[in-house]
Design a protein around this ligand. Structure first.
Ligand SMILES: NC(=O)C1=CN([C@@H]2O[C@H](COP(=O)(O)OP(=O)(O)OC[C@H]3O[C@@H](n4cnc5c(N)ncnc54)[C@H](OP(=O)(O)O)[C@@H]3O)[C@@H](O)[C@H]2O)C=CC1
Ligand SMILES: N[C@@H](CC(=O)OP(=O)(O)O)C(=O)O
Length: 366
């Protein structure tokens, strides 16, 4: 059995942090070696610091780990740092780790829009990781020590949107317009303080702060190409892709549902509904091709039942790393429309972080 790499988890007691701990306990490549949280939790055993809310038991190997403050000196020896910190304080903390030479894979939004930072959904745009791979290889060729770097995981709703759009764009050309309406699980709001039960029971909240702007902007970075110099990205302009998002919080524990309509740019050759369905069914991503341990067998599952996907029935498909697509049909205003379901803390957050780290390991930069 090969020696497993060491991972640090920042924000280990949070909603995303707990999912990192759970997924790492089953991972064959990484161990959760050092856990970080606020000073309120530092010094305590993990089982005493965390208010565990996952439907699986707290993994035994993490229970007695002493929670550290999120400072690089406590994480020496970690090959990768996963961050589930809230944006309010993620910025300076994650920068301190990058400056100390660590590879940081973050769920926080702070660095997503930085031109040189890859914003990645690992089953969509793993080729964007070449930007950090190039940077590390250049340093090595100059005899320098391995530089720290940051890779950002996308907003969880953006993840569910771009997975089906990627194969469609690759096969049928650019997509000009997208309209998306989300029904987002409460786990997306985290635990501090999260969505109060009284607000969501028998209710729909038509507002998630900053969410629509994130979806409308992040899709244009994730679906674009690496630039000619290999050190950044040629973001799609507003004239190339326009996304209109409406985001709602609903009384679902885990799993974001999204109703998506889209129109292709090339009007001369709009595909048939059957060609669209086959394209989604045939899609295979690099992580699967490379044999990454956490990669889904299929990044997309197309469901033919008229009333699917549903969160409770479909969110854990392929261990939560796949996206379920149903209700595919022609649209009288756009070209087509569909319903997409993704697990917001697995492919939408912690799972993506771990799969990104597995890709970075395959590419020799951890
Ligand atoms: N929930 C989800 O589905 C998704 C969330 N995200 C993003 O991931 C990030 C984490 O979200 P979520 O897990 O929901 O957040 P939570 O509020 O549930 O967890 C926040 C974590 O940050 C820690 N923390 C709080 N203050 C500090 C501090 N000053 N220094 C160090 N650590 C601190 C908390 O530790 P302590 O317990 O000690 O207070 C806790 O571990 C956010 O940026 C969120 O937007 C992204 C995708 C999906
Ligand atoms: N905002 C998402 C969770 C998320 O993805 O947050 P961020 O974009 O800050 O990582 C939700 O509430 O469901």
């Amino acid at each position: 059995m090969p020696i497993k790499m060491k991972a640090g988890v920042l924000g280990a007691t949070g909603s995303v942090g707990q999912r990192f701990i759970l997924l790492l306990s089953e991972n064959e490549q990484f161990d959760a070696a050092v856990l970080g949280a606020s000073s309120r939790s530092a010094g305590k055993k993990y089982q005493d610091a965390v208010v565990w809310k996952q439907t699986s038991l707290l993994p035994g190997e993490s229970k007695d780990l002493i929670v550290q403050e999120c400072k690089p000196e406590f994480f020496i020896g970690c090959n990768v740092i996963f961050s589930g910190l809230d944006a309010e304080y993620a910025g300076p903390i994650e920068k301190s780790f990058v400056d100390a030479g660590f590879a940081v894979v973050s769920n926080a939004k702070n660095y997503r829009r930085v031109p040189s930072v890859p914003l990645v959904v690992p089953t969509v745009n793993s080729e964007h990781l070449e930007v950090v791979v190039n940077r590390v290889k250049q340093a090595r060729s100059q005899g320098l020590s391995k530089p720290g770097f940051e890779v950002c995981i996308s907003n969880c709703s953006t993840a569910g949107l771009v997975v089906p759009l990627k194969p469609l764009q690759d096969k049928f050309g650019p997509i000009r317009f997208v309209a998306v309406t989300t029904m987002q699980a409460i786990s997306g709001a985290g635990f501090s303080p999260g969505t109060p039960g009284i607000d969501i029971l028998d209710n729909v909240v038509p507002y998630i702060s900053g969410e629509e702007d994130k979806m409308e902007w992040e899709a244009k970075k994730i679906l674009c190409s690496v630039n000619g110099t290999g050190d950044g990205f040629d973001l799609l302009s507003d004239d190339q892709l326009t996304v209109s998002a409406q985001c709602n919080r609903v009384a679902v524990s885990d799993g974001h549902t999204e109703c998506v309509s889209w129109k292709f740019t090339n009007r001369d050759k709009v595909p048939s509904l059957e060609e669209v369905k086959q394209c989604l069914k045939d899609y295979s991503c690099e992580a699967t091709e490379l044999g990454c341990p956490s990669a889904p067998k299929h990044a997309i599952y197309v469901l033919d039942e008229p009333d699917r996907p549903q969160p409770r029935l479909d969110r854990n498909r392929d261990r939560g790393y796949a996206v379920s697509v149903g209700r595919l049909r022609e649209d009288p205003i756009f070209d087509f429309k569909m319903t997409v379901l993704s697990h917001n803390t697995i492919i939408g957050a912690a799972g993506s972080g771990i799969l990104i780290a597995e890709l970075l390991a395959k590419k020799g930069v951890l």
